[in-house]
Design a protein around this ligand. Structure first.
Ligand SMILES: NC(=O)c1ccc[n+]([C@@H]2O[C@H](COP(=O)([O-])OP(=O)(O)OC[C@H]3O[C@@H](n4cnc5c(N)ncnc54)[C@H](OP(=O)(O)O)[C@@H]3O)[C@@H](O)[C@H]2O)c1
Length: 406
């Protein structure tokens, strides 16, 4: 026999629910869900047996109870809403993060209200799409609660001859999409990206091919990644001329160390064609979290020399440049301390402060990193103009503002 008063008092004590009707003697006391651990139930009235069922879920969930409520932003000019923080699988999922950890991360993300997951055909030669697709199946999430994206361009792992398995030809876009959907075990993705511009394929062919994916129900929106502003504008010119759909979103790198594309180059696109941004590497691959200030932790990304990209990164960057960057990043620590937040939270909140950013796509090798990073949603308002100026002084890389009229 359940003692409802004990259950109810415990849930109130741990601040999981607000009591609105303290009729603890029966199973029919009505409660308001307070914490966003089950986002769809927030602020709903529920009865005690439901509270009990949920409290079991909470224990399984393991997310800290004081996480802020996730916020959602429109993807540019579209009607699609994505969580301000999203999760991607590059290098980690299907790569240096074990599958069980990947599942944990995706579950932790979903539990915090993250609805947007990003992948690409090239990530871990398709294994990233496979494991992320498995997580979606494993947890039985509703497809309509999720926003899934993947990217096409580098499909060379899937053929014996690279020529037609790479780039943005109609052939690779259509064949690449079918292969990605198979790996993801999905009928469609929400957003399909052109992972880079293909300057050898006519733009009209590429625009028509992405529209074909939309018209055949394999993707709902299309976007670009690391395209130049004039290439995005050209895609829109073809789309407008042909009565087709243009790219609603661009996926560039954007973080405290890499700003020019987002803050200067794309400035006219936001107004002209309503480009939204889902920005990648918001922590500069973890550098901006401050974790490298005392050297390179064994379990960190930059220690993964066996990963081809990381070995190449070290060659391109060099130890001297790395040390210089770390010294600069260290100067941000007191600002984070004064605000009572972690350095990673400061870096992510700084990205989210830009109103053109629809979502910051983080990577994570543990659930705890996700919980920590989600806190950035609540820290955006702490970044006053004075603090933003202080940060700019340290970074010394603010691009000039666009001259509107001389
Ligand atoms: N379109 C493109 O060309 C492109 C390119 C790159 C990425 N992306 C997308 O963007 C996503 C994110 O990129 P990214 O992985 O470079 O993002 P990131 O968020 O800048 O870096 C993620 C890495 O930083 C570390 N980290 C995360 N949170 C941390 C915390 N709170 N404290 C300490 N360390 C933390 C983790 O690495 P460790 O724990 O292993 O050190 C994690 O894997 C990718 O998965 C992908 O979807 C797209």
């Amino acid at each position: 026999m359940i003692d409802w008063s004990v259950v109810a008092n415990e849930l109130i004590r741990t601040r999981r629910v607000l009591a609105t009707h303290r009729d603890f003697g029966t199973a029919f006391g009505v409660f308001h869900i307070k914490q966003p651990f089950v986002p769809r139930l927030r602020n709903k009235r529920i009865n005690l047996p439901t509270v009990v069922r949920l409290s079991t879920q909470i224990r399984k969930n393991g997310a800290p109870e004081d996480l802020p409520q996730m916020t959602y932003r429109f993807l540019g000019r579209s009607g699609l809403q994505v969580s301000a923080i999203s999760l991607g699988g590059w290098l980690t999922y299907g790569g240096y993060t074990e599958n069980e950890k990947t599942f944990e991360c995706m579950k932790a993300a979903f539990d915090t209200g993250i609805n947007f997951f990003d992948c690409a055909e090239v990530y871990a030669s398709g294994k990233s799409e496979e494991v992320m697709g498995q997580a979606i199946k494993k947890y039985g999430w509703k497809r309509n609660d999720l926003v899934i994206s993947t990217k096409l361009y580098w499909g060379t792992a899937f053929g014996d001859n690279p020529v037609n398995n790479k780039g943005l030809s109609r052939k690779h876009i259509i064949e690449g999409m079918d292969a990605s959907l198979k790996r993801l075990e999905l009928e469609y993705v929400d957003v399909i990206y052109a992972h880079r511009p293909d300057r050898q394929t006519p733009m009209e062919e590429t625009v028509r091919a992405f529209n074909h994916l939309i018209n055949t129900g394999k993707a709902l929106y299309w976007g670009t990644s690391m395209w130049d502003a004039d290439e995005i504008a050209q895609a829109w010119r073809y789309a407008d001329k042909l009565g087709l759909i243009g790219p609603v979103v661009e996926q560039p790198q954007y973080n405290m160390l890499y700003r020019e594309k987002v803050e200067l180059e794309y400035a006219k696109l936001y107004r002209e064609v309503g480009t939204g941004l889902t920005v990648f590497s918001p922590l500069a691959q973890g550098l901006l979290s401050g974790k490298y200030k005392n050297g390179i932790p064994d379990d960190s990304r930059l220690a993964q020399q066996q990963v081809e990209f990381i070995a190449g990164w070290w060659k391109r960057t060099g130890k001297e440049k790395f040390d210089e960057t770390i010294q600069q990043i260290n100067q941000l620590e007191p600002i984070a301390n004064d605000l009572g937040i972690k350095q990673s939270t400061l870096a992510l909140a700084w990205v989210l402060k830009n109103p053109h950013v629809s979502s910051a796509i983080i990577g994570a090798s543990s659930a705890d990193q996700i919980y920590e990073n989600v806190r950035a949603v609540a820290a955006v308002d702490k970044l006053t103009p004075e603090i933003m100026d202080k940060i700019d002084e340290i970074l010394n890389n603010k691009p000039p503002a666009l001259v509107e009229r001389y």
